[in-house]
Design a protein around this ligand. Structure first.
Ligand SMILES: *Cc1c(COP(=O)(O)O)cnc(C)c1O
Length: 362
């Protein structure tokens, strides 16, 4: 058989993703450890039944009800009023990133980000034939404004990605930096706020800048704080013009009627999540403190995970934890590991396992 005519940049490439292993304690992909409430389950079941009764028809291509509800949620969460036409939704915020690159990237164009950061961005750049460049974050994983503006001037990106709070470091950037980046580029600036609900008090969301920054896109997701990763629902807030461009590149009827229905139900239950999110934030702070008490470094985090280290051989530590039934993530700069905040029981299991592993190592 002759060789398949695969694009050169895809030849020999393995599908990327965190290992999905069957382990007692999974703290590797920053999920919310608390499942949806039984009330939400019951309401979603009814909404799904209704949606299924209409599955002979295509879904609402514009997902209007859902986008209205998302705008309402953002208003309650961030105090910013948005029109429905300024909100966009897709199958996870990852699909939104891809749509942004389909619309604003492409051959001969460049996307810029700040490393270490989310490992999926370069994949979407590759898939859309967009050149991918990174500038470095500083030693405490913040972004130095001079470095950022120099990178913009040098690379002339049409898309700039800043995850804030950043994955895998947990670092949020100040709004001054977002504003400076926006004003320094003719491209779109994407602030990926997948973990926004976990930010500490006083850390603002970039949603508040939308009115004055026309090329700003803020992406959010229901995968983390909302405890809805399996539903695949991400969304973006931006100018109406930007949303209209994303509507051009989306696949027809990209959001199934079932997805739209369950997402609307989850939004109706948003208030009950807040307590859980507050608990996870407290657990995160306690976990970071505990890691430091063990003589380790733990990065400041505004997300639901902590990056910690440094280890001479991080893979050995990761593997030893796995042998203790605890799966975390081997990611970030060399020597560091990332652990998601779990239930109190899961966090305890992690601490017991890590204490053991550290003892064995000493
Ligand atoms: C988890 C995560 C997302 C969410 O992706 P979904 O496709 O919405 O599940 C987005 N950005 C970052 C940086 C993440 O870590």
């Amino acid at each position: 058989m002759s060789e398949l005519p695969i694009r050169d940049e895809l030849r020999g490439v393995e599908p990327y993703g965190a290992p999905q292993l069957d382990v007692p304690v999974c703290l590797n992909v920053n999920e919310n450890p608390f499942p949806p409430s039984e009330q939400l389950v019951a309401d979603a079941a009814r909404a799904v039944a209704d949606a299924v009764r209409g599955l002979n028809r295509y879904p609402d291509r514009e997902a209007t009800t859902l986008r209205e509800r998302l705008a309402g949620y953002l208003e309650r969460e961030s105090g910013v009023t948005l029109e429905t036409g300024q909100v966009w939704a897709a199958n996870g915020s990852n699909e939104i990133m891809l749509q942004i690159l389909q619309a604003f990237g492409g051959p001969g164009r460049t996307a810029l980000s700040f490393a270490p950061t989310y490992s999926m961005y370069p994949e979407y750049a590759r898939d859309t034939s967009t050149a991918w460049v990174t500038a470095r974050r500083d030693d405490d994983f913040g972004i130095d404004e001079d470095t950022a503006l120099k990178a913009v001037a040098e690379h002339q990106p049409t898309v700039v990605f800043v995850a804030s709070p950043n994955n895998p470091t947990g670092t949020a950037v100040p709004l001054g930096l977002v504003s400076a980046l926006h004003d320094a580029t003719d491209g779109v600036v994407v602030i990926d706020e997948a973990y926004a609900e976990f930010r500490r008090d006083g850390v603002p969301s970039a949603i508040g800048l939308l009115a004055t920054h026309p090329r700003l896109i803020v992406t959010r997701t229901m995968s983390k704080a909302f405890a809805f990763a399996g539903a695949r629902l991400g969304y973006a807030a931006a100018s109406r013009q930007i949303v209209d461009v994303l509507r051009v590149v989306r696949l027809p009827y990209h959001l199934s009627a079932v997805t739209q229905a369950v997402a609307v139900v989850a939004l109706e239950h948003a208030a009950e999540l807040q307590e859980r999110v507050a608990q996870l934030r407290d657990e995160r702070d306690a976990l970071a403190r505990w890691l430091r008490e063990q003589g380790l470094r733990a990065a400041e985090s505004d997300a639901n995970f902590v990056l910690f280290g440094r280890f001479e051989d991080r893979h050995a530590v990761w593997q030893a934890l796995l042998d203790h039934g605890v799966l975390i993530r081997e990611t970030g700069p060399d020597g560091w590991l990332r652990v998601s905040v779990g239930t109190p029981e899961e966090t305890t299991a992690f601490k017991v396992a890590l204490a053991d592993v550290l003892k064995e190592q000493r």
